[in-house]
Design a protein around this ligand. Structure first.
Ligand code: SF4
Length: 391
């Protein structure tokens, strides 16, 4: 069996500190690293032996025989928040913020929102979860509403999933404090601030957090992991992943993949590549990053997407940056992989600086970019590579 590589940092914050040593035998579900600051517990996803601890990873040689139905349970806790903390749950939609910190707030007049937007193209594991395990999701939402004191819950889904929306509405007829909200089919409908605007009709300032206006937003898979931690005492050791793009069996959803396994094994499981193929993208096509076959599945890996080979581009490239799209770093990587030279960078005019980071003032209400494109041209760009979601 291939080694698994469990990163010490799968969350917003600082890397965890290992509490195991090389040579230790570990069990599936065993705690192997603890936060050293902002972070979340890390557990082994398989039973085996620690063979290396280096470069921010714990490497485990799994035993040949595994029982994925069994795991070391998290200890008994006196509250649901403590269970979420012990289970090492972080935002599974990609953000990776430690959930126990995010959810420990009081919104007695507010709303808990389950984010089922699954906004990036090709990803489909959240929709599969909502189609097949809605009861567990609703139980998870009720735990979250209890923790936050939110009297109301909303399950936010794109309206284009007509059959799913109809199914959810039927089920929710008997649950008066949870509603379905139909999101528009645009990117970035899954952005927290955009969801709050759509659901509550409140515009958050850049940098303002949803709880400041009485909202907590969590991805549907995060809520699944919360339900598992509370009901099964299960740590966050498995991840749902969509594999798609230039692979033989497109749009395959793997449910409960052990964290740490190399993404190449998932590509093999769907029959391998369709040739010619380009890079492996970890995450969604908009905000994902380049990986390799050896990159591990982490708590925030939603997609393993195999791209086309890059077209070649010899002209001078201008990069147009959006908060919700490809970052400057990602687009520079793409431009250089195409053989282009980056000569200019501009941001969408809605980007504003908050605490040293650029944020979008109005996600999803996107302006035309003619002005920005002209600025790039002035700076010498002959073509524009855009990470914005508008034209
Ligand atoms: S307004 Fe600009 S920065 Fe904001 S989401 Fe749209 S394109 Fe991106």
């Amino acid at each position: 069996m291939q080694k698994i590589l469990i990163p010490l940092k799968q969350h917003v914050g600082v890397p965890c500190e290992p509490i195991v040593e090389v040579g230790d035998k570990v069990l599936r579900g065993q705690l192997i690293a603890k936060p050293a600051g902002l972070g979340a517990n890390v557990h082994s996803s398989l039973t085996g032996e620690v063979v290396e601890i280096s470069n921010g990873n714990i490497v485990i040689q799994p035993d040949e025989v595994q029982n994925l139905n069994e795991f070391v349970k998290i200890p008994e806790t006196s509250s649901h928040v403590e269970a979420i903390d012990a289970a090492g749950i972080v935002g599974a939609g990609g953000a990776g913020f430690p959930t126990a910190i995010k959810i420990a707030c009081d919104i007695p007049n507010g709303v808990f929102i389950a984010n089922g937007a699954e906004c990036e193209a090709l990803l489909s594991h959240n929709v599969k979860q909502m189609n097949e395990h809605v009861e567990q999701l609703l139980r998870g939402m009720e735990y979250c509403m209890e923790i936050t004191n939110a009297p109301k819950g909303v399950l936010a889904v794109k309206g284009k999933h007509k059959a799913l929306v109809a199914h959810l509405k039927t089920i929710l007829e008997d649950i008066p404090n949870i509603d379905v909200f139909e999101l528009p089919d645009i990117y970035p409908a899954g952005d927290e601030r955009m969801i709050v605007r759509e659901v509550m009709n409140i515009i958050l300032e850049p940098g303002q957090l949803p709880f400041e206006v009485g909202a907590v937003v969590d991805n549907t898979e995060t809520i699944k992991r919360i339900a598992e931690a509370i009901e099964l005492r299960k740590p966050f050791i498995d991840k749902d992943v969509t594999v798609s793009g230039r692979v033989k069996q497109k749009s395959t959803v793997f449910v409960n993949v052990p964290v740490g396994i190399p993404v190449g094994s998932l590509i093999q499981d769907v029959g391998g590549y369709v040739e010619p193929h380009g890079e492996i993208v970890l995450g969604g096509p908009m905000t994902g990053s380049a990986g390799t076959e050896n990159s591990p599945v982490t708590k925030t890996t939603g997609g393993v997407l195999v791209a086309m080979p890059f077209p070649q581009e010899k002209r001078k490239v201008g990069i147009l940056i959006c908060e919700c799209g490809g970052s400057d770093e990602r687009m520079t990587h793409i431009a250089e992989a195409m053989g282009g030279e980056v000569v200019a960078r501009e941001m969408c005019k809605r980007m504003v600086e908050v605490n040293g980071r650029y944020r979008c003032a109005m996600p999803g209400v996107c302006p035309g970019q003619a002005q920005t494109v002209l600025a790039l041209k002035k700076e010498g760009a002959q073509v524009v590579l855009t990470g914005t979601c508008s034209d």
